[in-house]
Ligand binder design. Structure first.
Ligand SMILES: Cc1cc2nc3c(=O)[nH]c(=O)nc-3n(C[C@H](O)[C@H](O)[C@H](O)COP(=O)(O)O)c2cc1C
Length: 143
């Protein structure tokens, strides 16, 4: 049975955030565990959706994500059965952390001073889907 985890976290203030390293490590482990998903940052927070078998998600989440020093205050927003993968082609789609994607988020959610922390699980899942489409249209790279 397919499962999902959706969580939000804060970028660690005292630890330099290396997005390339996070994504490269994530893509390697996730593809070995048949985990897919997407990661986005608004510059201060992360939101990540993980899709796969429950045991694989628990392994990746507890062994890799929870112990990463690049973020803190991890809060699970949603978990449970998942009908079908939203990101079947991505071991981890990195949707950026720049002002272009933040502007899209602001206009979609309709809030200025957008923050991932203020969004509901459904808003964030919609946002990740739309940002992936935006990335693909502007020649994003699949890892
Ligand atoms: C926001 C975030 C998302 C991550 N997602 C994954 C993931 O999907 N799969 C995985 O194996 N590791 C994941 N990691 C772990 C990183 O790939 C990497 O191992 C870790 O960030 C390196 O350790 P450090 O953050 O302590 O420097 C994630 C880490 C962070 C901070």
């Amino acid at each position: 049975m397919l499962h999902h985890f959706l969580y939000v976290s804060d970028l660690a203030e005292e630890y330099p955030c290396d997005f390339q390293k996070i994504i490269a490590n994530a893509a390697m482990t996730n593809s070995a565990c048949d985990v897919t998903g997407a990661l986005w940052s608004d510059g201060r927070h992360f939101v990540q959706l993980l899709e796969g078998q429950k045991a694989a998600l628990e392994l990746v989440f507890h062994d890799k994500i929870a112990s990463a020093r690049s973020h803190t205050n991890i809060r699970m927003l949603s978990s449970g059965d998942w009908e079908q993968r939203l990101f079947p082609d991505w071991s981890m789609a990195y949707l950026g952390s720049g002002s272009d994607t933040r502007q899209i988020a602001e206009s979609l959610i309709g809030r200025k001073k957008f923050s991932i922390r203020d969004c509901s699980a459904n808003e964030l899942i919609n946002l990740l889907t739309i940002l992936e489409k935006f990335r693909q249209d502007s020649a994003g790279i699949a890892i």
